[in-house]
Design a protein around this ligand. Sequence first.
Ligand code: HEM
Length: 431
Amino acid sequence: MADGAMTRADETARAEAARAKAYATPLAAFQVHDIEHFTSDTLWPWFERLRAEDPVHYTADSEYGPYWSLTRYEDIVQAESDNHRLSSSSVYGGITLFLPPEDAPPEAFSEERTSFISMDAPRHDDQRRAVSPLFSTSALAELEPLIRSRAAAILDELPIGETFDFVDKVAIELTSQMLATLFDFPFEQRRLLPRFSDMLLSGPPDTAEELAARQAEMYATLGQFVPLWNDRSGNQTGRDLISLLANNPATNGDNDPQRYFNNIILLIVAGSDTTRHSITGGLLALNQHPAEYEKLRGNHALLESAVPEFVRWQSPVAYMRRTALEDVEISGKTIKKGDKLAMWYVSGNRDDSVIDRAGEFIIDRARPRHHAAFGFGIHRCLGQRLAEMQLRVVWEEMLARFPMIEVVGEPVRLNSNFVKGYTALPVRIPS
Ligand code: HEM
């Protein structure tokens, strides 16, 4: 990395300090979800210690209440496969550790009011099936040329020899265009989509006025979907996500907007943040590992294995939560009925016992898809192949134009322990 960025020595000092702290802290006092670990990229030694000493770990007290952490790959696979006993349903708290607002009415937890990621079978399966056609091999092959031409247009506009924010100019722009394409949403309004996702995932605002303003803006964006939905309702031939949702009895919510918005929200958020942070994370990792960047520059075909490595290394979804519907034993510990647990993909992806040299960034791994970042089981990421295709296409187009995109300053990391990503990354394309 170039001037302005943290030096290697600074990074090493920060990592060593975090390691010393993690190894000096009693396990019972561990708060692995601490957002500061995520914003300073110092989460690794905490998880390393848990994987070695207490892989199924109980946090007795936290801002989210008590919860379990699964930190090893195999335990995550086991939990994800046990979807009848370990629930994703909003009825029991859904997929994040956050506590609901105390004044939330009981109907706020109903599966009627949520999206299929926060449902259990069979309702989940019916709704997932409704949108699956857009993620089929043939649908993705049809989308690829459009995604490529849009990526090319973005890259051709980038300034040369000047510092700019890669997150804003490339990562967000590319994913906005992809989402606008998937929803067949008005192209000129595409930036509303990632903005919506950012507002939804950002922490609580400081004032009631800010909250009201944010809610008004989010409602206004969702409102844009109403005429699109009405227009496409009844058109059985439309292949975009709105047409698929509007014309399937499992997802059209009897045309009650409150009910169908939830799957739209899921698809905006799932499609916007994850791919965005994997594009940025890949560039950052290549800059931090110049020999790997050199390898890729010398052989663009390595993208086949580099893309899944970018995703593993970034792990943009840090965890998913489940709730035990009965007592469940995992690696000798009993998760009691009613307990909640976090499956930390970010840790499973660094588990040396299943991934060879898991702590190293290696773009030509023999089994690059052997990672946990997309989850497993019935909720396994529906957009995996789309995300990988988009990452491959954008990297093919970037490598064809620019042998080097240089990171010239510190990344600004997202203030979240659920989505692991970036809000800014200063870069420069050498002239
Ligand atoms: C690198 C990019 C991505 C990563 C790492 C990622 C990761 C994940 C993870 C971890 C889950 C939960 C899996 C589980 O609970 O087992 C998930 C679910 C999901 N993802 Fe992705 N995702 C990515 C991109 C996308 C894209 C581009 C889309 C679509 C536009 C998408 C749509 C979904 C949907 C709809 C679900 C819910 C699936 C279900 O509940 O059945 N994802 N994703």
